[in-house]
Ligand binder design. Structure first.
Ligand code: SF4
Length: 242
């Protein structure tokens, strides 16, 4: 892995691509970094938009996901749908078996309901650690975060130096999109999507930690719904130590 970007280069990229489309950003990613950049996805609606755009540019581009072992069947269904529709062998990352075994032996299978610290430990072991290990092997990653999702994402830029992951490039091509734009794209392009979205789940994580929300409620309120004053983030896009 070679880190190829510094803060000046990031500034220039944000200037150059400020009015460009997500497709133009993805084309640049593939042209510049090829197999040294990968799209991260959990197969939620916004991720499906980027998968479709990226696969139309290069269906050998790298896509990866983390299987925490606690996902919904509907998530596995859409993962396999993507594999066959785009003929792409999605890279599925699993957590370290020993870490999971030690965690559940000490704290039980449903430790996340017993306090934020336990929940963050579970997210760290099942989700963040596999992702962190994977990101050591690439020069950049592409994510589908949007500024309007959470206050913690409100300042996100199209191009960032990812200081949480060794200063590699982090590209957020639809950071300025809205939920409506995401669904317009999905409907117009007949993109497959997770069927839980039709059952009242605007945001989808692990099965025991996500529930449907009512019309008009904060879309993220179904994530870790029993927590009231925590950042509704797992640690992938947010540093909980600050
Ligand atoms: S979302 Fe829940 S089950 Fe999934 S990794 Fe985090 S705490 Fe564990």
């Amino acid at each position: 892995m070679n880190v190829k970007f510094d803060s000046n280069a990031i500034k220039e990229l944000n200037k150059k691509f400020s009015n460009k489309t997500p497709e133009e950003i993805l084309e640049w990613c593939i042209k510049e970094l090829g197999q040294d950049i990968a799209l991260a996805t959990s197969f939620q609606a916004q991720g499906m938009v980027l998968i479709d755009m990226l696969m139309k540019i290069d269906n050998n581009a790298r896509i990866f996901t983390v299987d925490t072992g606690r996902l919904n069947q509907e998530t596995y269904d859409v993962l396999d749908e993507v594999r066959s529709k785009y003929n792409n062998k999605i890279e599925v990352l699993f957590p370290d078996r020993k870490q999971v075994e030690d965690m559940v032996r000490e704290n039980g299978m449903n430790l996340f309901y017993k306090g934020v610290e336990n929940r963050l430990m579970c997210c760290q072991i099942r989700k963040t650690n596999p992702l962190n290990n994977f990101l050591k092997s690439v020069d950049g990653w592409i994510t589908s975060i949007r500024r309007d999702q959470t206050t913690t994402r409100a300042e996100a830029q199209k191009f960032e130096l990812d200081t949480l992951h060794g200063g590699i490039l982090k590209v957020n091509p639809i950071v300025d999109w809205t939920e409506d734009m995401v669904w317009d794209y999905i409907n117009k392009n007949k993109v497959p999507y997770n069927k839980l979205h039709d059952m009242g789940y605007p945001s989808i994580g692990c099965e025991p930690c996500t529930k449907a929300v009512k019309e008009g409620e904060d879309p993220r309120s179904g994530r870790w719904w029993w927590e009231s004053d925590s950042a509704k983030e797992c640690g992938i896009h947010f540093d909980h130590s600050k």
